[in-house]
Design a protein around this ligand. Structure first.
Ligand SMILES: Nc1ncnc2c1ncn2[C@@H]1O[C@H](COP(=O)(O)OP(=O)(O)OP(=O)(O)O)[C@@H](O)[C@H]1O
Ligand SMILES: [Mg+2]
Length: 374
């Protein structure tokens, strides 16, 4: 994918000198996604020339509100979960690639004059960036990547900048440290998910060329719609909707606490009436939200159709959800599986991975950082 190649050693270069010295190929690392519902770890290794093998993965459910709005609210709870997850993974790799939620990162394309020396470019970017960042520059981690000549003016350069408050980066790094791990890369969730999406795009007819693809991530508390065309993001929007609503309904309906309801939902151990009374209405709701999000996309852009929907996130695991969404939206719908073309190691059970794959986009994208060219 052409856009946002900046992510190749994004915060990594700025904060973690170690990654600049070591060849990533010789540097095993795990993808560690700390999302609002769970800690997810993925380890990939090279398999042949261009392929990958899923060596290990694990999902450790977090207590409610341990992570809220992308903030680590309960540090001890999160660290415990990371430690448990790492132990269960059974790897010796302690280097991790982590991600910040997109809400914690300001990204912007800016234009600067071409032909600047490296140090001049840095100064120019910093002063331009200042306009878009509502914090003092010494309170933020700022990174940038030159995209190329500006389309409108060949004597100017397009530069992609990303900035986040230092404490948001430090929070994540502190979780890794306290869990006995080392953060060697700190990426942005959306960018990591897009790396995983590149693998899914290859599964589409004609590798998705010229297709307008709606990537919908229905997680625990948020649903995001990202529309992509030839690797370029043409639209993105998030809204408050997710599986936590169903968990709450289950808790209320069966008199359980949230954690019990979440566990019962994931293990599929709910009484017979559950499907008709709670699950089906939730699936209909989800499809309606997708359809509304698409309508909103159509009315606020020049686009009036999408060719396919790729459904990611933990809600995509629900059996039959693809059909409900396809029927409601009249758009063919595919469940995201970034591992579809990967070989599995003996540590990985194919059936479990298939069930978890759609919720592992970010963790997979982070695990792919191991293969970045140095
Ligand atoms: N087998 C399952 N059946 C139904 N729902 C499931 C299943 N497995 C996971 N989920 C739901 O998926 C949601 C978690 O999805 P995901 O892991 O994508 O979210 P997240 O990334 O933690 O949250 P967010 O993106 O909102 O921050 C939870 O609501 C969870 O209950
Ligand atoms: Mg998520």
């Amino acid at each position: 994918m052409a856009n946002f190649a900046f992510c190749k050693d994004f915060w990594g270069l700025v904060r973690f000198d170690i990654s600049a010295f070591l060849n990533p190929k010789a540097r095993p690392l795990l993808g560690l996604d700390i999302s609002s519902s769970a800690v997810k770890l993925v380890e990939l290794v090279a398999n042949g020339k261009e392929g990958y093998r899923v060596e290990r993965y694990t999902v450790e459910v977090l207590p409610k509100d341990a992570v809220s709005d992308g903030n680590i609210a309960n540090m001890d709870g999160v660290v415990d979960a990371v430690k448990r997850a790492w132990k269960r993974l059974g790897t010796s790799t302690r280097n991790v690639a982590m991600a910040l939620p997109s809400s914690a990162v300001i990204t912007k394309k800016i234009i600067v004059p071409a032909g600047l020396r490296e140090d001049q470019l840095e100064i120019q970017v910093e002063s331009e960036a200042n306009q878009y960042i509502p914090f003092a520059i010494d309170e933020v981690n700022l990174d940038f990547q030159v995209i190329g000549p500006a389309p409108s003016a060949p004597d100017e350069l397009e530069v992609f900048i990303a900035a986040s408050k230092k404490e948001r980066v430090e929070d994540r790094v502190a979780v890794a440290d306290a869990s006995g791990l080392t953060a060697v890369v700190v990426d942005v969730e959306t960018q990591a998910a897009l790396s995983a999406f590149e693998l899914i795009e290859k599964q589409l007819p004609g590798s998705g060329k010229n297709m307008i693809i709606a990537l919908v991530d229905a997680g625990s508390s948020m649903m995001s719609l990202t529309v992509l065309r030839n690797g370029q993001q043409v639209y993105a929007r998030e809204q408050a909707f997710g599986g936590a609503q169903l968990t709450q309904d289950i808790a209320r309906h069966y008199g359980m606490n949230y954690e019990e309801a979440e566990a019962a939902k994931r293990s599929g151990s709910l009484p017979e009436g559950y499907e008709g009374e709670l699950l089906s209405p939730f699936m209909d709701n989800l499809a309606l939200e997708v359809s509304r999000a698409l309508q909103f996309f159509f009315t606020s852009t020049q686009f009036n159709h999408v060719d396919t929907i790729v459904l990611a996130g933990g809600c995509a695991v629900i059996p039959g959800i693809d059909e409900v969404v396809a029927t409601r939206t009249q758009v063919s719908t595919l469940i995201a599986n970034p591992f579809a073309n990967m070989v599995l190691s003996t540590h990985v059970r194919a059936k479990s991975l298939l069930a978890d794959a759609s919720s592992l986009m970010v963790a997979c994208g982070l695990a792919l950082r191991r293969f970045d060219p140095s």
